[in-house]
Every structure is written in C-alpha cells, then in structure tokens.
Design a protein around this ligand. Structure first.
Ligand code: MGD
Ligand code: MGD
Ligand code: SF4
Ligand code: MO
Length: 672
C-alpha cells in the first residue's frame, strides 16, 4: 500500500503546529513537522509526533456505554442517547435546568465542534451551572481585562517581533509553548528575539528552560512577583513614564501611585526575596527600552496574587505607553471571534457581578461561569444532579481530589465525552466516545486569538473514525432531539457533515469557509490601537480599578510574614499535556533541591511524603537545582493517590473570581 501524506495541524496543545500526517490506509504511520507552515515553520514537539501512538493506543474508547452498577455496558447510540436524554429531561422537569451542569476541558475546547457543542448545550438549556478550565487556569486575565478596559477576555501578548524588552513572569514557553499567547518554535523564537536586540528577562522561582535562554533571570519567591512590578511602576511614575500616553489614554494615575507607594526597592526586594541590584538593573532596562512587552502565565494566574500581578503587568505596560502599541504588546481580535467588532456595554469599575452558586454565597459567576471550586458543594446541596463533561478529566484537574471525586460519584448522571478511559469516565454513568483529532475536520476556534500573528487554520479529517466514535455536534444534536431542545438552530443535524458545522461556526465571521478550506490557513499581521475603541467609552484605561486596589491593600499584612518552609508550585513538562500522554516519557516525581532533600533526610530515588491539611501524596524524589530553595514541584496530570490535587483545596479561592490556588501552597515534606 502506498503512503499518503496530508497537511494538518496539531491540537494536543493550543499552539496548533503545522504537521504532515503519513497514513497507510487507516493506519497512522508518522506525524512530522510541516516545514512550509507559515507560523510554526517546521517545529513540532514530542507530543505532536506521538499522535500516531496515541491514536492507536489499545485502551481507546470506541463504543457508547451505560454504567449498570459497576460495569459498563456497550450499547448503540440510540440506546445510550435515549437513556441519557430521558434522564436529563426528567432531572430538568423535577429540579430545573440548573440541576444539569456542564464542564469543558482540553478534550472539548481544542475541538472546534466540541467548543461549539459546549456553548450550544449551555445556551440550549439556559443553565447557570456552567464550569470549565477557566476557573482552574486563567480567569485572572479575564477579570483584569474586564476591570481595566470594561471588556472581558482581552489577552495581551508581547509584540515579540519589535519589543526591545520582553519580560516573562510565571510562564515557561520553552516547555508549554505559552499560556494564553503561544510562542511557536519557542527556542528559535527566543533566539531570533535576542538576535534582533530584544532583551529577554524571566522571573520565576525556578530557573526554567526559558530562563536558561534569557538575557537575565530573577529568582523570585513564589507569589511575590507583584512586589517587583509595583516597584517598577512606582519608580517609573517618578521618572521615566510615558506622560503623554498616560494623560491621553488612561485614568486613575493618582490612585495607581497610592497603590504602589509602599513598594520601595527595599520593600520589593525583601518581599520577593531577590537581590536589590537585579531589580535596579531591570528598572534601568525598562527605562532604556521605552516600550516593553510582559507575558504572564499560570505561575501567576494560579497564585494568590494572580489578579494583582496581571493588573500590575498591564499597569507597567500602560505607564510605559506599551499596551496596544507597536513595540509593546498587542491584542489579537481573532478572525472568528472578531473581538474588534463586538458591541458590548462596558463593565463598571467594580466589574460585572452575577449571582454565583447558591451553596457558596461568597462566590459570584465570572464570565458567565461558576467557579469549579464550588462543584462538590453544589452536588452536596442537591443543586447539581447531572453533569455533562465535554472532554475534561475532572478527577485529575479539579482541586481537592478526594472530596471532589466522592461528590462526582453522587451525581445521578455524569455523561463524559472522551477518547480513552480515565478515572473520570470510571465515575461516569454514560460514556460518549468522540472522534479524536485525526478523525475530524477542525478549526482553530477557542485559540483564535492565541497566536503570534492573527491566524486561523482549517484541517480536514486524516482518517475514518474508529468503532462508533462520532463528532461532538452529531452526539449533541441527536441528544437534543431526545430532550426536545434544538441545540444548533439553523443546522440540520441529520444531513450535516463536519464541514457544514465548520461553516456554521464561521457563519458570522468575515472569513469565508470555502476560501479557508481551500487555502487552509488565513494569516494577518499583528494589529495595534483597536482596543482604544473600548477604553475610550470608559474614559481611558483604568489604571487602578477598585477591586484590584483593594486586593493589593489586603496583601500588606502578609508581606511581613515569614514564608512557609516548603512551598509547592506548578510546572508543565515536555512529554505530557495535563493528563494526556503520561505514558510517553515523564514520570511522576517530586522535584526538589538536593539541599532541601538532605534537610529532610531524603535521598534521590527514595519516596517522599508531601502533605498539608487537605491531604497527602507520596512520590519519588528527583533532585532539581533549577528550583529555588524551599520550593518544590509535584507536577499535575497523574490521577488517584499521586494526584497533586489531593493537596489543593476548594476553600481558599480568589475573592473576586473564585479561582483555585494551584501555586504557592504551603506543604510539609517527610522522607518515607
Ligand atoms: N494542581 C494542578 N491542577 C491543575 C493544573 C495545574 O497546573 N496544577 N492545571 C490546570 C489547567 S491550566 C488546566 S487547563 C486543567 C486541564 O484539565 P483537563 O482539561 O481536564 O485536562 P486534559 O488532560 O488536557 O484533557 C482532558 C481530557 O480530554 C481527553 N481528550 C483528549 N483528546 C480528546 C478528543 O479529541 N476528544 C475528546 N472528547 N476528549 C479528548 C483526554 O483523554 C482527557 O481525559 O487542569 C488544571 N488543573
Ligand atoms: N508540555 C506541555 N505543554 C503545555 C501543557 C502541559 O501540560 N505540558 N499544558 C497547557 C496548558 S493547559 C496551559 S494552561 C499552559 C500553561 O503555560 P505556562 O503558564 O507557561 O505553564 P508552565 O510551563 O507550567 O509555566 C509556569 C511557570 O510558572 C512558574 N511559577 C509558579 N509559581 C510562580 C510564582 O509565584 N511566580 C512566578 N514568577 N512563577 C511561578 C513555574 O515555575 C513555571 O515555570 O501550558 C500548555 N502547554
Ligand atoms: S507544541 Fe507540540 S503539542 Fe503543541 S501543537 Fe505543537 S506539536 Fe502539538
Ligand atoms: Mo490550562
């Protein structure tokens, strides 16, 4: 048989690298980088190249199933959807729509029809019980955008092609390929940035792979970077700020000045545990650069001062006249999302506050979603009786695993879309096997605004789906018939194909589907100045919105406290993506410095118990001298007893967003 080669793009992570898929009939033989790809230009990582192995894995899900007691019974789609539709309908009749919740994770939003289906389900049922990775990942960015611009969901990204200085804080793109803004071929990108004369700075408690390729690195203590940013803003407001920009485009500079007043060099370096000379040098470099770009990641958004740190990173870019400006940072409007064409009333300075989950009165809904941390309480209170999981591994990714997993098992219905069995599917009542990425046509949809240029890609399916796997849109469309809900108004789900669904997603976009399908990739250059339209409506960028000002004030007391002896922070690894591809190469270690290990009498390769008030986890010790003393990594992705989320909790959440804390967790360590 002859090998066939087709172009596609990878969806293991949001970076959407161009790939060439070699197939022999229905056998996927090899995936390699597409040298001609306009953005990723011949780059892939080992996860993308592992797609053939992942597709042909032995334990894949191929049949729809219903659980009866402890066993899963395969059925036909008619049987499984009749049963599921009937049960969901009854629960809604008896308890209202809010009793049916939904969640989407990486197996949902990285599939265009998965994301469409999650939105369709939420809109079709009109349930407020909406959950996603947002409130266990990046919600700080949404909050800051809403408070500072009146418009939620604007994610800034450094103008890497022109900025004279780029500062990476709590993000390690060499491994992750970026947080809400991707850095394609990260090593090559960093190299060309430096060759063009961009100074690259990194702040992180770990000397990361990105830090090792930077000009300068500052090893901050976890959860304290905001102090460094506040110091920079304070000093720039005294000398070096872009007065013309501040005057013309911002409001609240006096309030910002008050907010950062306490962050003298001495205070900032004491709080962040850094050498004052490093901070002085950074300030000098920022002054010299003029405009700068700041990139933040999960090391920030998962920490207690997440909102405040993202805010001060924007404030720093505003006082230097860098935000929405060439040579600073920009916002991608996206070809599909078209953020620049939206007509939305601006949010007030306090932000939009919608009622939150009833069982957690201190929480509000943010971005139309309930915080994930509320899930176990909502189930215990009987408010939530069914969950439909759109490609999430919620046993692994949610906080306080023990309690959350027990709660999930109490649900009357849990229907999960996935391609392989997990502890989440184990706890489900209905399993809905979905087309994997090689089996479906797709678009870069949720990731529309993530790329280093304005970029949208289309791919056809590479092979036929195995077994009874179906597309999200088909499964949901058929379920809708059983529930009496038209989830996709204007789309005939009996005659539709993946392509007609892609065209349906693009129905309001200027981008024409047939054109995109023909050329596969639509690219535009970075665009500057368009966010001005939104901020002018509110009288300029809000430099110091009250809720953020309040949070910063509230940290003052804690700044004088002694840090915990051991602090856990998150870290992404090269060979797995959250809970995907764990079998490829990475092993579930606890990473710590040799000195810290010796201090507790642990040897490399020996088990160490990590514990706190929530729970405990045992892992094999691995020395890592890139970590700051007292800081440890217990990477996430693994389930059950070694799941790091046995150490995280559903109580200590952010007061504005309900975001869970996954960074800066005090723990104790014991050699076992
Ligand atoms: N302690 C701690 N917890 C964390 C984090 C952390 O750093 N530390 N990170 C958090 C973050 S940022 C995130 S985004 C979440 C991630 O949490 P999730 O989004 O739940 O995690 P993933 O493992 O990426 O994927 C979810 C599921 O999608 C399935 N899947 C893969 N491909 C497909 C497909 O094509 N179709 C379907 N239907 N399913 C598919 C996978 O088999 C997997 O079971 O975890 C969060 N949890
Ligand atoms: N290979 C791989 N790539 C991935 C993923 C994966 O699991 N594996 N996951 C994907 C997902 S879901 C996401 S959300 C993105 C996340 O993308 P990133 O946010 O870039 O994630 P990380 O690579 O973990 O980088 C976070 C960094 O924050 C640091 N950090 C932790 N706490 C603090 C702190 O308090 N201050 C500072 N300054 N730094 C801190 C950590 O040491 C780490 O280096 O990655 C995506 N890409
Ligand atoms: S960085 Fe790796 S996992 Fe992410 S899209 Fe590219 S090849 Fe796929
Ligand atoms: Mo994430």
């Amino acid at each position: 048989m002859a090998l066939t080669e087709q172009k596609s793009f990878c969806r293991v992570c949001g970076s959407a690298c161009g790939i060439i898929v070699e197939t022999d009939g229905q056998q996927v033989v090899k995936v390699r980088a597409d040298e001609d790809h306009a953005v990723t230009a011949g780059y892939t990582c080992p996860k993308g190249r592992n797609l053939p192995g992942d597709h042909h894995r032995e334990d894949r899900l191929e049949r729809p199933m219903i659980r009866e007691g402890d066993v899963f019974k395969p059925g036909t789609w008619d049987q499984v959807l009749d049963d599921l539709g009937g049960k969901l309908r009854r629960i809604i009749e008896e308890h209202g729509a809010r009793a049916v919740g939904l969640f989407t994770g990486g197996g949902g939003y990285l599939d265009a029809s998965g994301h469409l289906s999650w939105q369709a389900f939420k809109n079709g049922l009109d349930t407020p019980s909406v959950y996603s990775d947002l409130t266990i990942d990046s919600v700080a960015k949404l909050v800051v955008s809403e408070l500072m611009t009146g418009f939620p969901g604007l994610m800034s990204r450094a103008d890497i092609a022109r900025a004279k200085l780029v500062l990476f804080i709590g993000t390690n793109p060499v491994i992750s390929h970026g947080h809400t803004s991707t850095l394609s071929s990260p090593t090559a990108s960093l190299r060309s940035m430096r060759e063009r004369g961009t100074e690259v700075w990194v702040m992180d408690p770990r000397r990361t792979e990105t830090a090792q390729r930077a000009d300068r690195y500052i090893q901050t203590r976890p959860s304290t970077d905001y102090a460094v940013l506040a110091y920079l803003v304070r000093e720039l407001l005294i000398d070096g700020a872009d007065r013309t920009f501040i005057e013309a485009h911002t409001q609240g500079v006096g309030k910002l000045k008050t907010a950062v007043e306490r962050f003298t060099l001495e205070h900032a370096s004491a709080v962040s545990g850094t050498d004052p000379q490093d901070l002085r040098d950074l300030l000098a470099s920022v002054r010299k650069a003029g405009r700068i770009g700041v990139e933040t990641g999960t090391g920030i958004t998962m920490s207690r001062p997440g909102n405040v740190t993202v805010w001060l990173s924007w404030a720093l870019m505003l006082v230097t006249g860098s935000l929405d400006r060439e040579g600073g940072a920009w916002f991608s409007p996206g070809n599909i999302l078209q953020l620049d064409k939206m007509e939305v009333p601006p949010a007030p300075e306090e932000g939009w506050r919608a009622p939150g989950p009833e069982s957690r009165p201190e929480m509000t809904a943010v971005g139309g979603e309930y915080p994930c941390a509320a899930l176990p309480d909502e189930i215990a209170a009987g408010n939530l009786r069914a969950m439909v999981v759109f490609g999430g591994n919620i046993e692994v990714c949610l906080p306080e695993t023990t309690r959350t997993y027990e709660a999930l098992k109490q649900l009357e219905v849990m229907a999960t879309f996935d391609v392989r069995p997990t502890r989440t599917t184990d706890a489900s009542t209905h399993i809905l096997p979905t087309k994997d990425q090689l089996e479906r046509a797709d678009l870069t949809y949720v990731t529309d605004t993530y790329f280093p240029v304005v970029s949208t890609q289309y791919t056809p399916a590479m092979i036929e789906p195995v077994g009874d796997r179906r597309a999200y849109w088909w499964i949901l469309g058929q379920l809708g018939k059983r529930m009496g809900v038209d989830f996709f108004p204007g789309l005939d789900v009996d005659s539709a194909t993946d392509d007609t669904v892609m065209a349906y997603i693009l129905r309001d976009a200027e981008l024409d589907f047939d054109e995109l399908k023909a050329k596969r990739h639509h690219i535009g250059a970075p665009v500057f100045g368009w966010v001005e339209k939104y901020v002018e409506q509110i009288g300029g960028w809000r430099l110091a919105p009250s809720p953020l000002f309040g949070q910063l004030e509230s940290f003052a007391a804690q700044e004088r406290e002694e840090p915990a002896r051991f602090t856990l922070i998150p870290r992404r690894q090269r060979y797995h993506e959250n809970s995907k591809m764990l079998d490829l190469r990475d092993r579930p270690y606890v990473y710590l410095t040799q000195a810290d290990a010796q201090a507790i009498g642990a040897a490399e390769g020996a088990p160490v118990r990590i514990s706190n008030d929530t729970g405990s986890v045992e892992r094999i010790a691995k020395f890592d001298e890139t970590l700051r003393r007292g800081v440890i990594n217990v990477p996430h992705g693994w389930s059950d007893e070694i799941n790091v989320n046995r150490l995280t909790n559903t109580r200590e959440v952010d007061s504005i967003s309900g975001m869970v804390r996954y960074s800066g967790i005090p723990v104790s360590l014991q050699a076992v």
